[in-house]
Write a protein that binds this ligand. Structure first.
Ligand code: NAP
Length: 264
């Protein structure tokens, strides 16, 4: 595969790194504007350029990973003819495939939504829509892939895109809880991470509902039920459901703003 990444910032760089480390591309090139970004790409041992048109012409698979508000200025740097016969994958949040199709005439267009865990090769990436084995292989180089309908990308963005930030907050809350009861901070931090990882493994290995695990731990009149009572009365579960809902609605609104700006 001949692959170009247009915009090698946090996500673009992570994809370049995954592709390079897994030796997936027969040709790989990353683009950027600043010297700092171009040097970062070169330091990976990957060809770097600020010439987007050159990158598009030399590749078959083009990943667009600039910020959505920079999409129009990026397009202006590329000859419309250069997109023909290319497979384009946008990781830009909020810009629909139908909108990209109006602006670029490519062979096929997909959207992918990775998350920041791509930086350690552990993204959980949604790809819309259909199925393309080469595109799947590209995103498997930074973690796991799920092919979904495009209309699920807003909830995906809330749950999987913003999710690492929400989990980081929960981790901090657990750690503060332990520190409050006298545990040294570093010990609390390491053990909370271990406990979350192993609970996640336990849940994914058992075929049962998460509440079965909860009930297994909950001894009558024991420690867990006392904690659960506080979780319930403080509305922690409802708070998390509303957190995802608020993030989901924001994703929809941002998408609408973006569409209006691009089309107007
Ligand atoms: N961060 C996330 O967790 C995440 C998750 C899923 C999807 N996304 C999507 O991924 C995209 C990138 O996000 P990010 O967080 O990686 O942003 P970022 O770190 O700001 O990276 C954007 C990159 O685009 C480059 N760029 C801008 N205009 C360019 C142009 N005309 N030619 C070449 N390069 C250009 C910038 O280059 P310079 O550095 O040289 O200025 C920068 O390196 C966004 O559309 C976002 O919606 C992000």
């Amino acid at each position: 595969m001949r692959i170009a990444i247009l915009g090698s910032g946090k996500i673009g760089y992570a994809i370049l790194k995954g592709l390079k480390e897994n030796d997936i591309a027969e040709y790989l090139i990353g683009t950027g504007r600043s010297e700092a970004t171009l040097n970062k790409i070169k330091n990976l041992g990957v060809e770097a350029t600020s010439d987007n048109n050159y990158a598009v012409r030399n590749a078959d698979y083009i990943i667009i990973s600039v910020k959505p508000q920079h999409f129009m200025s990026l397009i202006k740097t590329i000859d419309p003819e250069s997109w023909k016969e290319k497979t384009v994958i946008s990781v830009m949040a909020g810009i629909k495939i139908s909108t990209i199709k109006k602006l670029i005439e490519a062979r096929e267009i997909y959207r992918a939504m990775p998350n920041i865990n791509a930086l350690i090769g552990k993204s959980t990436t949604a790809i819309a829509e259909g199925r393309n084995e080469s595109v799947d292989k590209i995103f498997k180089s930074i973690g796991s892939t799920y092919w979904i309908q495009e209309d699920l990308l807003d909830v995906w963005t809330a749950l999987i895109g913003s999710g690492p930030a929400f989990v980081a907050e929960l981790v901090d809350a657990f750690v503060l809880g332990a520190v409050n009861c006298g545990m040294p901070r570093e010990l609390a931090y390491n053990t909370v991470l271990d406990m979350i990882k192993s609970t996640s493994d336990m849940l994914s290995k058992s075929n049962s509902h998460p509440l079965d695990l909860r009930d297994n731990v909950t001894t009558p009149a024991g420690t867990t039920i006392k904690g659960l009572l506080v979780m319930e009365s403080e509305g922690i579960k409802a708070g998390i459901i509303k957190t995802i809902e608020a993030s989901y609605k924001r994703s929809i609104d941002l998408g609408k703003d973006m569409q209006n700006n691009l089309i107007s």
